[in-house]
Ligand binder design. Structure first.
Ligand code: KIV
Length: 271
């Protein structure tokens, strides 16, 4: 076990310190113990057990069919091999409709091994974020493209493009932070807005299609390994290109996020 050999597990305090020191945070998704062990070996600081498992593991066209029970199963699989990374697990669709339900769902994920739970939404989730945090459940919020709302949004579209929508998203981010969220994922928004929100907050932002100025970056593992079917989103880079093994590709991702090489201009969206 890495941390028994002297490597301390990554805590939220460590992630907040990295953000304060402007050291980029690396995050990738994982859904099983083999990949969890590999991400640990490659030095990835945060593992996200994303409800994207609905797409990449279960073969659905959206994340909405994923249940708490399934998230618990995959969180346990990942946690078993996790030696050092900070583990975030997604609260799936319709599992946090009110504070009591959110606490029940979050408790299951925490018992399965999560260090933090992630939920999608802005000021309409503030009461739930506050309720969870006051009961010792650390929360990561998620703004921009919200995959659980895909049926409401009418597809996977870049968010926050107009001046008003951008200002509104910044307000939403501040509300989530004030409610107690300790991290914020920003998905598919203009790079300029990713920078503006990151500058406006004191908690770390983790971007996926939100430009190079976020405090850290996340990708779906299968996407960055180039094995997801279909055309990848613009913000994805295939790190297997030029690398001989999955381990080398993940190490390259870590290096490129740390150095600021990834994401490049070509992976971002204009406002
Ligand atoms: O479920 C997931 O993998 C996510 C990432 C896209 C951030 O939420």
């Amino acid at each position: 076990m890495g941390y028994l050999q002297g490597d301390k597990p990554i805590s939220i305090t460590k992630l907040l310190a990295m953000h304060a020191e402007r050291e980029k945070i690396t995050m990738l998704t994982a859904y099983d113990s083999t990949m969890s062990a590999l991400l640990n070996r490659c030095g990835v600081e945060v593992i996200l057990v994303g409800d994207s498992l609905g797409n990449v593991i279960q073969g659905h066209s959206s994340t909405t069919p994923v249940t708490v029970e399934q998230m618990v199963y995959h969180t346990e699989c990942v946690a078993r091999a996790n030696t050092r990374a900070f583990l975030i697990s997604d609260l799936p669709f319709a599992s946090y409709g009110d504070p009591i339900q959110a606490l029940d769902s979050a408790a299951e994920l925490m018992r399965a091994g999560a260090d933090m739970v992630k939920l999608e939404g802005g000021d309409w989730q503030a009461d739930i974020i506050q309720y969870l945090v006051e009961r010792s459940v650390p929360v990561c919020a998620h703004l921009g493209l919200l995959p659980q709302s895909v049926h409401l949004l009418g597809g996977y579209k870049v968010q926050g493009k107009s001046k008003d929508a951008a200002s509104h998203m910044l307000e939403q981010a501040l509300t989530c932070q004030a409610a107690g969220a300790q991290m914020l994922v920003l998905e598919a928004i203009p790079s300029s807005l990713g920078e503006r929100i990151t500058e406006g907050l004191h908690i770390p932002t983790i971007g996926i299609g939100a430009g190079p100025d976020c405090s850290g970056q996340v990708l779906v593992l299968q996407d960055m390994l180039g094995i997801s079917p279909g055309k990848p989103p613009k913000f994805v880079k295939n790190f297997m290109d030029g690398h001989q093994s999955i381990e080398a590709a993940i190490k390259a991702y870590v290096r490129e996020v740390k150095s600021g090489k990834f994401p490049g201009l070509e992976h971002g969206f204009a406002g």
